[in-house]
Design a protein around this ligand. Structure first.
Ligand SMILES: [Zn+2]
Length: 346
């Protein structure tokens, strides 16, 4: 009945890292459509209308294995009929060639190429296109196709990652910029059920996968960091259990109770500023290994370049994703400060 050997979609994806021919099969509860390598749509049979269309992605960065394994286990539960979906789901393993070399990416960071950024300029080799640019374009098409199929439904997308660095808050989510739209208690409660209670509220458009689904399709969409990067098979699965249970419930039609929302249960952060590397001698003012969300006092050194000190502007300014090795002109440090969502939430 199934053409996924051992019900292991991850293994099938890794064996065909660049392309998997489209195919379709069904059991008595679900129809399965493979659209490409790492791209599988599963729809419940029997209903023509649903209340929610769900995109779950992992492996946009190939070495972030824990969420990749978790998604594969959820797919396996469907294929073996352990669980029955109430809502259509598009599963995506983002970057199979980089998964196979256990690297974040092959040529270029896939999660900076969405919103048609794959069309811009050239990569470090001077090429206008590469595997990651082609994949970003295809993933945008697959997400559009999925959401168009379920156009009248609410839409959500959870893009699952693990961080490279230690973090003061082990799990955190990035809530993409949504303009003047209100934040949603339902989404915060879903994150809390996943054990994610630190949320960064972005203040500007981005070129990430989650921002793409949010801005182009109006999906409730998040980048979710579930812990620290480890190799395949080396993850402590207990740390990801709450996320897995929550996503399983969501697919099976069991929702969180949004009336439980209390902002006091969360650390809400907004971007204070983005520090750009302008000169080749840019260096961090702190240890490279310092954890994400470490706080600084006003006047403390954040970075140096071209003979100038860049210092914290206010007490409690915290650093996220510092990287002195980026290209000149790119973001080297993001800083965040506490905020509240109470004046714009539904
Ligand atoms: Zn990542």
């Amino acid at each position: 009945m199934t053409n996924i050997k051992n019900n292991d979609f991850l293994a099938l994806t890794r064996q065909h890292e660049n392309h998997l021919p489209a195919s379709r099969f069904e059991d008595n509860k679900h129809s399965f459509e493979i659209w490409d390598t790492g791209v599988l749509q599963v729809s419940p049979i029997g209903a023509s209308k649903f209340d929610l269309a769900i995109v779950l992605s992992a492996g946009i960065h190939g070495n972030e294995t824990a969420p990749i394994e978790m998604i594969n286990e959820l797919i396996k539960e469907i294929l073996t009929k352990e669980i029955t979906l109430k809502r259509p789901v598009l599963f995506i393993f983002g970057n199979p060639p980089s998964m196979n070399i256990n690297k974040r990416f092959v040529i270029e960071n896939l999660n900076r190429l969405f919103c048609s950024t794959y069309l811009n300029g050239v990569d470090i080799n001077g090429d206008r296109t590469n595997l990651e640019r082609q994949r970003a374009e295809k993933l945008e098409c697959y997400v559009a196709r999925f959401y168009q199929t379920y156009d009248s439904e609410n839409k959500c997308h959870y893009d699952l990652h693990t961080a490279i660095k230690d973090s003061v808050h082990e799990k955190f989510a990035v809530y993409p910029y949504i303009g003047n739209s209100p934040w949603k208690t339902q989404q915060f409660e879903l994150l809390r059920a996943m054990d994610v209670t630190t949320v960064m509220l972005m203040q500007k458009p981005a070129t990430t996968f989650s921002y793409h689904s949010s801005s182009v399709h109006g999906a409730d969409s998040f980048t979710i960091e579930l812990g620290k990067v480890r190799g395949f098979g080396e993850n402590d699965k207990s740390k990801f259990e709450k996320a897995k249970v929550t996503l399983r419930n969501l697919m099976c039609g069991i929702d969180v109770d949004k009336t439980l929302f209390d902002e006091a249960n969360f650390v809400m952060l907004k971007v204070h500023r983005s520090i750009t590397k302008n000169y080749g001698d840019f260096e961090l003012g702190f240890d490279d290994q310092l954890a994400n969300f470490s706080e600084f006092k006003e006047g403390e050194l954040l970075a140096k370049e071209n003979g100038d000190d860049i210092v914290a502007e206010i007490d409690g300014e915290a650093i996220v994703f510092p990287n002195a090795a980026v290209e000149i002109g790119q973001r080297a440090i993001l800083t965040v400060v506490p905020t509240s969502v109470s004046n714009s939430i539904i």
